[in-house]
Write a protein that binds this ligand. Structure first.
Ligand code: COA
Length: 260
């Protein structure tokens, strides 16, 4: 049996998932996409996990893209399945009921940038490079990249990155809104874990309400989205955590959220 290409470990309530194919710069072959899908499915239903950090093995790459060697041999029918598998994974990550942070430790190219964009937040090392270089292979992004890049950074940036295929450095990625924070490479893990730990201590039902309202609301018209926000807001008044959060504020103490 070959070792899993995805490693998982817990730091308290934070699950850290690492794509582990450093000799191939963590490129996403089918086995890796399937292992990631299983790892995220498990993290979604594990009540002990309150936040997820996703990263790549080694100092060089987060994920350098879909596996080009594997793609080179695909028929069009197999390519449709490959794209569907990747898109399913990205959607699973985006619709996770708890926050997911991409810790971008190096190259995030092609499927790697698509993976990072499916996460809810992105923290990048100052050494990272991000891009959609598929055009250089005679291809286009196929794991949702054309759409998530458009929605995240706008049409100008989406067209620039996809048409030219030239990666941008971390500072430019921050300017474009592609990443939330850029930190020195040596501080990447500590900074990302601090963020994840902060999220893990927050009220889980409120976090889930925010993820639902922002993600699903962003995919429909304003009138429906506002209605949906109201429904999510009102639902939280049925939670113990909302009573605890408001009572703790009034009692000038720290809240203890219990995911109820
Ligand atoms: N798929 C499959 N293998 C990949 C890969 C990918 N997307 N990206 C890197 N690798 C492999 C290389 O083939 C090489 O394997 P080898 O040692 O067996 O020859 C190994 O990872 C190291 O990569 P290498 O290209 O030698 O490193 P580098 O430092 O010279 O260049 C990159 C780094 C990221 C610039 C370069 O690897 C690259 O351009 N990768 C492809 C990026 C891409 O087009 N991604 C989109 C795919 S849809």
């Amino acid at each position: 049996m070959t070792a899993s290409p995805v490693l998982g470990r817990d730091d308290g309530p934070v699950r850290i998932l690492t794509v582990d194919r450093p000799d191939k710069l963590n490129a996403l072959n089918r086995q890796t996409l399937e292992a990631l899908d299983a790892a995220f499915a498990a993290a979604a239903t594990d009540d002990g996990v309150r936040a997820v950090v996703l990263t790549g093995s080694g100092a060089k790459a987060f994920v350098a893209g879909a596996d080009i060697a594997e793609m080179n041999a695909l028929t069009a029918i197999q390519a449709r399945e490959f794209s569907a598998l990747g898109q399913r994974l990205m959607r699973r990550i985006e619709r996770m009921p708890k926050p997911v942070i991409a810790m971008v430790n190096g190259y995030a190219l092609g499927g790697g940038l698509e993976l990072a964009m499916a996460c809810h937040l992105r923290v990048a090392a100052d050494t990272a490079r991000l891009g959609q270089p598929e055009v250089n292979l005679g291809l286009i992004p196929g794991f949702g990249g054309t759409q998530r890049l458009l929605r995240l950074a706008g049409r100008a940036a989406a067209l620039e990155l996809c048409l030219l295929g030239t990666p941008v450095d971390a500072a430019r990625a921050l300017q474009l809104g592609l990443v939330n924070r850029v930190v020195p490479a040596a501080e990447l893990e500590a900074e990302t874990l601090a963020l994840a730990t902060q999220l893990a201590a927050a009220a889980p039902l409120a976090l889930r309400g925010i993820l639902d309202a922002v993600l699903l609301g962003g995919e429909c018209g304003l009138e429906e989205a506002l209605q949906f926000e109201t429904a999510q807001f009102a639902l939280l008044f049925a939670s113990e955590d909302m009573r605890e959060g408001t009572a703790a504020f009034l009692g000038k103490r720290k809240p203890q959220f219990r995911n109820r």
